[in-house]
Design a protein around this ligand. Structure first.
Ligand code: BES
Ligand code: MN
Ligand code: ZN
Length: 499
């Protein structure tokens, strides 16, 4: 999808998108088009019962006096209520409406609407972001889809009096959209294509953007004592990897980095504690935390963010085999703490235990934030709307909540406490990898992770529900949502980046 910005002019083909507001108000360009078309727009919206509510659309075909194939009148709702995320939603709605329309070019005219708090350049940029995010499709393996069902839209042209400013406003958002698309692609790829080694190779492509990438193989991890992570991958024919990404964009490249850690289980069968067959295919999405971290690094490098960030992802495949770990095994993690593995399907916490410890030990980061599709229980608690947020630090938690509101990638704070911590005590080792039956399952997992964090400010995001889903969302269709990239990019931009 090519996005460009230029001065207002009537398009010669494709769709021409104009805006309208509640109370039969047309934006300036819509009004002048209505004059050219002899009142056809007003007649059409009246006939359609169009109210100008946000996201409402009316199509006019074959209008006499216009070369474009179609006029689309789009409602903005009350202008004073529009903020960037709402404009993104409007852009996404138009993309969904026109994506397979057969039209190649979509031209959108942005006017100075009275009451609007956003500048025209921000309006244009955020509309384009929403449009681009919603235009995402993963069609790599569909070889027989008829042309008519494929996305037809190839370019989006935003018309504004300030095209230069709009381009500047859009450039960083485009880099973020690249990160989101990368995260979605990685999740969409099945387990036979993306496994730890091929995944690490994909991540190495970020070197082209200036990200330092280091890949640790099993031998290197064994030397470091990362037996918890290794235990998860030991049943698989695919070798485990730990990938470390560094983006040093701050003026002082030695500045203490921010650290993001992701669970990258490329397929979670459950291991010897095998999952039921129904829906097991969905466990190719069990690398959602890592994909968010990789997408974030892509976004930061793409927009040359002035900040030092390290991303660490633990890549493993959880499989049953004669080499797999068994329930009852006791393993010694890199931290020295021992773990009784009572359920091999509680594997994400084992991977993160070593990845967190390694990150803290090597980088002494300003803070650590981990993301993981960690527990089914968080879906029971929060559905697909909020990620579960656990933290030992109030500032970190508040800032993540604010960034969540600003990007519509929401988080909901969950508790940590000594009482919950007791639930993971083991009789034979320092801890066990499950809590007390089905009680507070997401909290037990978070308490487990906390035992691998010393005094470092830390937050854990359980994104099992928000990483993917079957529901059609405003900014994305069913499948992987790419959750976390925009949240963390915004969190960094608002609180940690040099100006
Ligand atoms: N990857 C799963 C969590 C998950 C479940 C993510 C459903 C997305 C959708 C995780 O590894 C897991 O299996 N967790 C177990 C933990 C239990 C054995 C303590 C769970 O949630 O059932
Ligand atoms: Mn599991
Ligand atoms: Zn898992």
């Amino acid at each position: 999808m090519k996005v460009s910005f230029s001065k207002p002019r009537l398009p010669k083909s494709g769709a021409y998108v104009v805006f309208a507001l509640p109370g039969n108000k047309l934006a300036a360009s819509a009004e002048s088009l209505d004059k050219i078309l002899d009142g056809a727009i007003r007649r059409a919206i009246k006939g359609a019962g169009f109210k100008g509510e946000r996201g409402e659309t009316v199509d006019l075909f074959g209008a006499n006096g216009l070369e474009a194939d179609r006029v689309v009148v789009v409602g903005l709702g009350r202008a004073s209520e529009l903020d960037p995320t709402k404009v993104e939603r409007v852009g996404a709605g138009v993309a969904k409406h026109l994506l397979t329309s057969g039209l190649k070019a979509i031209t959108v005219v942005v006017d100075d609407v009275p009451g609007l708090k956003l500048s025209p350049e921000d309006f244009a940029a955020h509309f384009a972001l929403g449009f681009r995010l919603r235009s995402y499709r993963f069609d790599r393996y569909r070889t027989k889809e008829p042309e008519s069902k494929k996305p037809s839209v190839k370019k989006l042209v935003m018309l504004t009096d300030v095209p230069g400013k709009a381009e500047v406003a859009y450039a960083p958002l485009d880099a973020v959209a690249d990160g989101v698309a990368l995260a979605r692609d990685l999740l969409n790829e099945p387990g036979n294509v993306i496994y730890p080694e091929s995944y690490a190779k994909e991540i190495q492509k970020l070197e082209q953007l200036g990200v330092r990438v280091e890949v640790l193989d099993e031998k290197a991890m064994r030397k470091l004592g990362m037996n918890a992570l290794l235990a998860v991958g030991q049943g698989s024919a695919n070798e485990s990897k730990l990938v470390i990404m560094e983006w040093n964009g701050a003026r002082d490249s030695k500045d203490v980095p921010l650290a993001f850690i992701g669970k990258g289980v490329t397929f979670d069968s459950g291991g010897i504690s095998l999952k039921p067959g129904a829906g097991m295919d969905e466990m190719k999405y069990d690398m959602g935390g890592s994909a968010a971290v990789v997408g974030l690094m892509r976004a930061l490098a793409g927009r040359k963010a002035r900040v030092n960030v390290v991303g660490v992802v633990g890549l493993v495949e959880n499989m049953p085999s004669h080499k797999a770990q068994r329930p009852g095994d006791i393993i010694r993690s890199m931290s020295g703490q021992t773990i009784e593995v009572l359920n091999t399907d509680a594997e994400g916490r084992l991977v993160l235990a070593d990845a967190l410890w390694y990150t803290q030990d090597r980088y002494k980061p300003r803070f650590m934030i981990d993301l993981a599709t960690l527990t089914g229980a968080i879906i029971i608690a929060l559905g697909h709307e909020y990620a579960g947020l656990f933290s030992n630090n109030e500032t970190l938690a508040k800032r993540l909540e604010a960034a969540g509101q600003a990007t519509d990638e929401l988080v909901w704070r969950m508790p940590l406490s000594n009482a919950f911590d007791k639930d993971i005590d083991s009789k034979v080792a320092d801890m066990k990898n499950i809590g007390n039956g089905r009680e507070a399952g997401s909290i037990a997992a978070a308490q487990f992770l906390q035992r691998f964090v010393n005094k470092t400010p830390w937050a854990h995001l359980d994104i099992a529900g928000t990483a993917w889903g079957k529901k059609d969302r405003t900014l994305v269709g069913p499948g992987p949502y790419g959750y976390g990239v925009r949240l963390l990019d915004r969190f960094i931009a608002d609180y940690y980046e040099e100006k």
